[in-house]
Design a protein around this ligand. Structure first.
Ligand SMILES: [Zn+2]
Length: 561
């Protein structure tokens, strides 16, 4: 026995050094895990980390895809083990969460699809998307159709994806169908609203069948019918039990003048002003007024206490916003979002025939844009979203520039962070505000308790970016959305998005064909989890350079030839 002991003794230093090696270099995760960083246990350090307590200089410890420790200033003294990735003064921020995205999958993958949409998201610093129930086919309005969504997304996504279900007249009075959808895992419901007994709505249906297809249910998407206040009330009472939100597209067609104007053959459908007239701000106001007749049920002690109403893509910063403010003051559980295109552009700068800018509700005048910013800065608009709503390029009808017939949807997903930051700098936005509008509040709306902030216990969904670095959005810039027909492209000769200082990390290829965790969170709520998605990103300041004059362009061509 003694002999054996003496023979094994020389092996001890070898065992000790092996042990030391594994402590210093933890086992790398398998290819199936999502992270750009090939370590299960590591630290991210930076002089600018955005936390709920404010901006700190320190380090975040990540293990198994979760944040397990956050240390400030003298963190090196407390550092014990793990790899350290020092990002210097780059901003380390919670990954963006976009609660309003149409990925059109299944059924219209040729418009976007999970692979390209989520790839664009990752490239843009978004680590979670919540997909809308409409524009895919079929719409997500039942357990069966939700099952199709899940199948379509499984193993085809590069960031986390959650889903909204649809509230439509067909299921609004069917409590068990709605409960089934919620139990199956949708994070809440989405509805489009029109006024109950709206004479004008029905008149329009009769009078304007042709135009109906272009601006109420564009391009044949008619399997997601609109609801009225009674349906909304029913929906809220079911949602109350599950403490989930109802998201509403608030526009009611209620004015006859607009419709009649379209009959005038002198009106040119290529004019942006024509389109603007077909969807006045009063439509948003009327819809919100209608909604507020039932949201009082969400107040403390109300019939729908626990439910929450969220108004998507607010464009009208005037009367509509005033109504929402009043409802909040009265204690209604209500929030509102606006989108980057309403904050970046105004009607005055939209060229006639440039249908890339068509969306609903429309982009309004510059004074309205200023008021939207004011409301956002003042906390009256709660959060931001992209409302990424692409289609095949043909449906945008850039060839004839017909605003009344073009698809109404803007494609912007990959660039929402640089656009918000760049335009927001004029208004003095802070990194903390950016994190609140794009991560914290969206996480709260969608009930994603472990997301939306760099905090201990949360998923390590992180974006690292450099606000001072610029890149140019030109033809050579990698664009991952399926069809680069975007309002941003519309301006590429006039404004630029800086230039990337370092190589763009190849997240997308790493992620292709990765298997995804698919697990239940909270009783029965299904969510596709991709824990610890770190997106490293270099960016961005949008600078508006003057458009080249025709003469300058000709001069350039002359020089080249
Ligand atoms: Zn939408």
């Amino acid at each position: 026995m003694d002999v054996l002991k003496w023979r094994l003794l020389p092996l001890l230093p070898l065992l000790a050094s092996l042990l030391f090696y594994y402590i210093k270099n933890p086992l790398k995760p398998s290819q199936s895990e999502c992270s750009l960083l090939a370590h299960n246990h590591f630290w991210i350090s930076s002089k600018r980390i955005v936390t709920p307590k404010g901006l700190i200089s320190g380090a975040v410890e990540v293990k198994g895809g979760n944040i397990i420790l956050i240390l400030e200033e003298d963190w090196q003294g407390n550092f014990k083990t793990g790899q350290v990735i020092d990002y210097g003064d780059a901003v380390v921020m919670p990954g963006l969460i976009d609660v309003h995205v149409h990925l059109d999958d299944p059924g219209r993958e040729e418009w976007e699809g999970f692979p390209s949409g989520t790839r664009a998201a990752a490239a843009g610093g978004l680590t979670t998307l919540v997909d809308m129930p409409l524009n895919s086919f079929p719409s997500t309005v039942s357990e069966e159709t939700f099952e199709l969504k899940i199948k379509a997304a499984d193993k085809r996504i590069h960031v986390d994806v959650g889903f909204w279900g649809g509230l439509v007249p067909e299921n609004a009075f069917n409590r068990s169908a709605l409960e089934g959808l919620l139990k199956a895992g949708v994070l809440g419901l989405k509805a489009r609203v029109f006024a109950l007994f709206s004479l004008f709505y029905f008149l329009n249906l009769l009078l304007r069948e042709e135009h109906q297809s272009s601006f109420m249910c564009p391009s044949g998407i008619n399997d997601f019918p609109m609801t009225n206040a009674v349906h909304i009330k029913e929906g809220l009472s079911v949602l109350a039990k599950y403490k989930r939100p109802l998201l509403v597209h608030a526009e009611i067609q209620h004015e006859l003048e607009g419709i009649l104007e379209l009959d005038d053959s002198a009106v040119d459908p290529r004019y942006y002003s024509t389109y603007l007239k077909t969807r006045p701000a009063s439509w948003e106001e009327a819809a919100i007024r209608e909604l507020l007749t039932v949201t009082n049920g969400t107040r403390t002690g109300g019939r729908a206490e626990g439910a929450h109403l969220h108004i998507v893509h607010l464009s009208d910063a005037r009367s509509s916003l005033e109504l929402i403010k009043e409802a909040k003051r009265n204690g209604d559980s209500i929030t509102v979002e606006t989108c980057t295109h309403y904050l970046a552009f105004s009607a005055e700068e939209i060229q006639d025939g440039d249908t890339r800018f068509k969306c609903a509700p429309p982009i309004r005048d510059s004074a309205n844009k200023e008021t939207l910013w004011e409301a956002l800065m003042g906390g009256h608009i709660d959060l931001l979203s992209s409302d990424h709503s692409p289609s095949v390029p043909e449906l945008k009808r850039l060839d004839d520039g017909n605003f009344l017939k073009a698809w109404g949807g803007i494609s912007s997903l990959q660039f929402v962070l640089p656009v918000t930051w760049t335009y927001g700098r004029k208004y003095g936005i802070t990194l903390e505000q950016l994190a609140s509008w794009w991560s914290e509040k969206p996480a709260k709306l969608a009930g994603l308790d472990l997301k939306g902030a760099i905090a201990i216990g949360n998923h390590a969904d992180i974006v690292v970016w450099e606000p001072e670095v610029e890149f140019v959005l030109n033809d050579t810039h990698p664009v991952y959305i399926k069809h680069p027909v975007s309002v941003l492209m519309a301006h590429k000769h006039c404004w630029c998005l800086g230039s990337s200082a370092r190589d763009y990390p190849n997240l997308c290829d790493r992620s292709v064909d990765q298997s995804r965790h698919f697990q239940a969170i909270d009783e029965g709520f299904w969510f596709l989890l991709l824990i610890g998605c770190i997106v490293q990103w270099k960016m961005y300041v949008v600078k508006c350079l003057p458009a080249k004059t025709e003469a300058e362009k000709i001069e350039e061509i002359m020089l080249e030839t």
